[in-house]
Design a protein around this ligand. Sequence first.
Ligand SMILES: NC(=O)c1ccc[n+]([C@@H]2O[C@H](COP(=O)([O-])OP(=O)(O)OC[C@H]3O[C@@H](n4cnc5c(N)ncnc54)[C@H](OP(=O)(O)O)[C@@H]3O)[C@@H](O)[C@H]2O)c1
Length: 266
Amino acid sequence: MDVKDKVILLTGAAGGIGSALARLLAGKGARLALMSRNVQNLNRLRAELDDSALVVAGDVGDEKSAEKAVKDTVSHFKRLDVLINNAGSAYHGSIEHMDMKAFDAMMKTNVYGVINMIQHALPYLKKTKGMVVNISSVAGKRAIPMLGAYSGSKSMVDAISDALRVEAMGYGIKVLNFCPPEVDTDFAKNAARERGIDFEAQKKFRRAMTLKPEKVARMITAGIEKEKREIVAMKSIRPLNYMVPGILDKLFYRFIMKPYKDRYSS
Ligand SMILES: NC(=O)c1ccc[n+]([C@@H]2O[C@H](COP(=O)([O-])OP(=O)(O)OC[C@H]3O[C@@H](n4cnc5c(N)ncnc54)[C@H](OP(=O)(O)O)[C@@H]3O)[C@@H](O)[C@H]2O)c1
């Protein structure tokens, strides 16, 4: 799909990956509707994009907001070609001490939000034989300690993508599931800070696997242009987890759990 002149509704637009993606897509001539909760951040991004984009503030986890975002986009641009479900949040903490309120809030964004947006966008995507892009995570392919709940929410995004791809095939709608590894945005740092965890202490281990948001934006855009079904931006994760899952357990323990042993072994 050539993104030029295509109408793209992008959730989580003001975040690290979202804003890099918005800049790249706008540069390629896409017409953008930018959604997230903080209007000021969206307006700042819009001003940077020559004011050509539409700002549709709202919470993807709220069904009425999702409906309004899709309706506002279609009433402004008269069509919808691509929905990018990029909004996401993390819950950082052990299964043992999981805060169920924080878990609910995360699920509302990462899972209910994806479904809400898809349900309201599908009638319009059927008309354009458009595309749904879900931003999942490599954590959905192999759960990461202290991110068990988040990993599970992304496994669910993978399942939604796989099921929807076949359900919507008859309408000519394509589905791309994109799974990044760690990306250099505030996302992971904020989640860790909320749990009182010093992310900087793990810098050495993480630096080797961290991508820049601009690179991730290029990979997602290429996936849309080539109409890929899934991109896992860390190819080794699935074969490793299939062939040597015990080695991954030990690596995760060594590099993620051990620095926090005192805190989490009581
Ligand atoms: N960064 C990573 O290491 C990483 C790795 C793998 C996958 N991912 C996935 O990539 C996606 C983007 O991550 P990022 O790193 O760019 O995160 P980010 O910098 O924290 O940005 C997240 C964006 O989502 C918006 N958002 C959050 N909750 C929302 C809600 N309920 N409704 C609407 N908008 C909401 C935020 O804006 P408001 O707060 O203003 O709403 C923000 O614009 C997420 O789905 C994440 O799970 C990230």
